[in-house]
Design a protein around this ligand. Structure first.
Ligand SMILES: Nc1ncnc2c1ncn2[C@@H]1O[C@H](COP(=O)(O)OP(=O)(O)OP(=O)(O)O)[C@@H](O)[C@H]1O
Length: 293
């Protein structure tokens, strides 16, 4: 089963507050998309539109060419994993699996049971008695075992310890090998999860500011280090995200394609070019800037 998701000029408002503005993208089957953005940037709002929990205020959101909202056929293709309040949930994991079997034609019970073993989840306790990390592991189990063409994890790692998160990440990669589909992972754990992403969607204040293949995004960001005067000459016309100075040495983080002549100039001056991480790019691209910066 393959899937294609298209957002065309999506905007979304809560009463008078516009949380998302003119979002455009196409997402393809077989890829893992990392959705990153600061607190309140609009990640959950966007994901809840994709899961048809809410309707966009304007624009079109389609799965395989069909509008998502109030469309059962489209909805059957999506699993949205997010934090759920289980404080009144007396059912056990096997009881939940029965429901999933009934309502999700693609649910794979055998795989779900393997995941329960892998995450070492108790099957005799009601969900309300599971720890926060165990409840998250259960949500992830359902998300993976549903095997819907579009699987969305909204900060699904909440409360999981590091070894459990590792199991979760490995399982996404293995599942993608076995049953390629479209995953969207929203996260604040950028450094920890960046190796999972094929593409990055970065949202800032409701706007999509980056949609880029991981490799080319990391090529667009780099640092240049050298003598202060040389650096100042070389960066004119480049987008400088940050700068640091120590003694007579200056280091700048730059974003964008580097024109050939600049590359030559940097070489001639013997300046050092270094790579930057997605984590650093994320911080700098979404930083609050003074008006005169
Ligand atoms: N029910 C609501 N009513 C009014 N405003 C809301 C509501 N839910 C979210 N918002 C606002 O919409 C904006 C986007 O929120 P959203 O939850 O989508 O952000 P997020 O990127 O998921 O944030 P976080 O990383 O903190 O989870 C925020 O300014 C938030 O205050």
């Amino acid at each position: 089963m393959t899937v294609k998701v298209e957002a065309n000029q999506i905007s979304f408002s809560y009463k008078n507050f516009e949380a998302l503005t003119n979002i455009d993208f196409t997402l393809e089957n077989g890829k893992i998309y990392g959705l990153i953005g600061r607190n309140g940037a609009g990640k959950t709002s966007l994901l809840s539109l994709l899961a048809a929990y809410q309707k966009s205020t304007s624009g079109n959101l389609k799965i395989d060419g069909e509008n998502i909202f109030e469309n059962e056929r489209a909805m059957a293709k999506v699993t949205f994993v997010h934090q759920v309040d289980y404080k009144d949930e007396y059912d056990t994991i096997p009881q939940f699996f029965e429901l999933a079997n009934r309502y999700r034609p693609t649910f794979d019970q055998q795989y779900a049971e393997q995941l329960v073993e892998l995450f070492q989840l108790p099957t005799d306790k009601p969900l309300k008695e599971l720890s926060t990390g165990m409840q998250s592991a259960f949500n992830v189990t359902i998300g993976l075992a549903n095997r819907t063409p579009l699987t969305i994890f909204d900060e699904a790692y909440q409360g999981m310890d590091a070894p459990t998160r590792e199991v979760f990440y490995n399982e996404i990669l293995e599942e993608q090998e076995r049953n390629p589909r479209l995953f969207i992972l929203s996260t604040h754990l950028v450094s920890e999860m960046e190796y999972l992403f094929d593409e990055v969607l970065m949202i800032d204040k409701g706007k999509l500011i980056v949609k880029e293949d991981m490799g080319s995004l990391l090529q667009k960001g780099f640092s240049i280090t050298g003598a202060i005067d040389d650096i100042e000459q070389v960066v004119s016309g480049l987008q400088v995200l940050s700068e640091q100075q120590l003694g007579g040495t200056k280091s700048v983080m730059v974003y964008g394609e580097l024109p050939k002549e600049k590359e030559e100039e940097i070489k001639q001056k013997g300046l050092e070019i270094g790579s930057v991480s997605l984590h650093d790019l994320f911080i700098q691209l979404t930083k609050e800037r003074n008006k005169d910066e």
